[in-house]
Write a protein that binds this ligand. Structure first.
Ligand code: NAD
Ligand code: IPM
Ligand code: MN
Length: 347
């Protein structure tokens, strides 16, 4: 029997609840589909930090490298550990070390879920650059705590980094409805985003079957709300993609529905699957976190592992659940009840 080794990092807050829910669904579908999933749980989190003084052990990255995939809940407990410490100690290093340069985030309404918009028929795939750009981590502070203090945080855009994410975007557009929106801000950022636009144009000459449009990020943010049905694949830099995908989450009904996959496209290291949302300290411990975003991310993991039939069964079960009105209103159904309904709907 085919078997996959999965590293489970539930993390903090509701990350723990939604990862547990996802694992229950994945184990069930694996059994029914005739393959095995072996989960190894790592307690790396802000709680771990309080004891160990770090978010993961020194050899954490090397430990994860041998797994087929990583399933992550959420990281962050800002009242105990500053976010700048916790995220730079766990989530962000994994994305970078494993060259998970394509962060894929689908935005569409599941049946029965009402979003805040009149438009109901949008289907957007956001492709976010995930290893460099505004998140490069280059910078520093000098003259700290004086009136002369300076903070510098430099975005780094490399030709290799920009070209590979744009190419990934063109490929996704080619496989879908043939439309690509390349997100820029070259009216203000005259080096990095002009560079981004140039490479967009260079690749457009190669992908003549893809209709590509460049949009400034502010205009695209408005378009996602005013005319989301006009968008197919959206490709953006790290920070632009981060912000746009919370808009994507909002228009699909909320963060409880927004899934994401951090993909290493050449498969030289494991990819990581996690919902877009964070640890939600405001509702942690209440048992009301919506697990749908995390379960959807789990389906993306099965797809990446090549278990496409199991992946589509999980998606069908999610859709059957929301069609019945379960998990469609914030706080109405408990995490466990939604999970049980998804498991019951699995064919
Ligand atoms: P958040 O996504 O945790 O929460 C934002 C709002 O959405 C909250 O009101 C929350 O209750 C709600 N929400 C989120 N997920 C939900 C779900 N599944 N079901 C129902 N409601 C849900 O964002 P935040 O409050 O800005 O961040 C909290 C912590 O999480 C911070 O430490 C932040 O840095 C971290 N964070 C981590 C990740 C990650 O690990 N990938 C992502 C975003 C934020
Ligand atoms: C996300 C999150 C992270 C990001 C944070 C927690 C660092 O917001 O995955 O969208 O900005 O990438
Ligand atoms: Mn985000």
């Amino acid at each position: 029997m085919k078997s996959y080794s999965i590293a489970l990092i539930p993390g903090d807050g509701i990350g723990r609840d939604v990862t547990g829910a996802t694992w229950t669904v994945l184990e069930t579908v694996a059994k029914r589909s005739g393959f095995a999933l072996t989960g190894t749980e790592f307690p790396w989190s802000c709680r771990f930090f309080k004891e160990a003084g770090r978010m993961m052990p020194e050899n954490g990255i090397e430990t994860l490298r041998s797994f087929d995939a990583i399933l992550l809940g959420a990281v962050g407990w800002p009242s105990e550990v500053p976010d700048s410490v916790s995220l730079h100690g766990l989530l962000l290093p994994i994305r970078k070390a494993f060259v998970q340069y394509a962060n894929i985030r689908p935005h569409r309404l599941l049946p029965g879920v009402t979003g805040p918009l009149r438009a109901e028929s949008f289907d957007i795939l956001c492709i976010r650059e995930n290893t460099e750009g505004e998140y490069s981590g280059a910078g520093g502070r000098v003259h700290q705590a004086t009136l002369d203090e300076v903070a510098v945080e430099t975005s780094i855009f490399t030709r290799a980094g920009v070209e590979r994410i744009l190419r990934f975007g063109f490929e996704q557009a080619r496989a879908r409805r043939g439309k690509l929106a390349s997100v820029t801000k070259s009216n203000a950022q005259k080096y990095s985003m002009v560079f981004w636009d140039e490479i967009t144009r260079k690749l457009a000459a190669e992908y003549t079957d893809v209709e590509v449009m460049s949009y400034h990020v502010d205009a695209l943010a408005a378009r996602m709300i005013m005319a989301p049905e006009s968008l197919d694949v959206v490709v953006a830099s790290n920070l632009f993609g981060d912000i746009l995908t919370d808009i994507g989450a909002a228009i699909q009904g909320g963060l409880g529905y927004a899934a994401s996959a951090n993909i290493n496209p050449d498969r030289s290291a494991p990819s990581m699957f996690e919902p877009v949302h964070g640890s939600a300290p405001d509702i942690a411990h209440l048992g009301i976190a919506n697990p749908i975003a995390a379960i959807w991310s789990g389906a993306m993991m099965l797809d990446h592992l090549g278990e496409t039939d199991a992946a589509s069964r999980v998606m069908k079960a999610l859709e059957a659940t929301t069609t019945r009105g379960i998990g469609t209103l914030a706080g109405k159904d408990r995490t466990d009840a939604i999970t049980a309904a998804v498991v019951a709907a699995l064919t």
